[in-house]
Ligand binder design. Structure first.
Ligand code: HEM
Length: 132
């Protein structure tokens, strides 16, 4: 039997608790940074939310495997460089993700889980920047 990585478990818990999680994440992001909203014009909000949640799961599974992580993030790095996504925007998105997870799980989220999420986002953004 394999053990699910802790972050995978956290995100699955979040999605099971609130199917609205991806929509809430974008809502939070656009409330804090309304200037980002016009950048999301290529897909419907529903499609975009699904793509982001799905990719995030794959990335979380690869977080401790640098070669696999680079493979998963290769196309994201290229497309996001072309979209004009800045380093600062990755920080905004990381904060919105953390805050939405914390809001969704409330007391059920441990400090260790939230710290793990922040650390994973740092690894993820560092990898994207290396590939860009
Ligand atoms: C490393 C973390 C991220 C992941 C895993 C991710 C994932 C994705 C995926 C899978 C797509 C659709 C496929 C594509 O266009 O490449 C996408 C599109 C997009 N992402 Fe991200 N993304 C990340 C970070 C960000 C950040 C920080 C921003 C900044 C606001 C952003 C803005 C966008 C935009 C504007 C699109 C195109 C939306 C559209 O077509 O309407 N992403 N992202």
């Amino acid at each position: 039997m394999t053990t699910r990585p802790p972050l995978r478990e956290l995100l699955e818990d979040v999605l099971a608790t609130s199917p609205q999680f991806p929509a809430r994440f974008y809502e939070r992001l656009f409330l804090s940074h309304p200037e980002l909203r016009p950048m999301f014009h290529r897909s419907s909000p529903d499609a975009q939310q699904k793509m982001f949640a799905q990719k995030l799961m794959m990335v979380v599974d690869a977080i401790e495997n640098p070669a696999l992580l680079r493979q998963e993030l290769g196309s994201v790095a290229t497309s996001h460089r072309d979209y004009g996504i800045t380093h600062e925007m990755y920080e905004w998105v990381g904060t919105a993700l953390h805050d939405t997870v914390a809001e969704t799980l409330g007391d059920r989220a441990t400090q260790a889980q939230l710290t793990g999420l922040v650390e994973a986002w740092k690894t993820l953004t560092r990898t994207v920047f290396e590939l860009s």
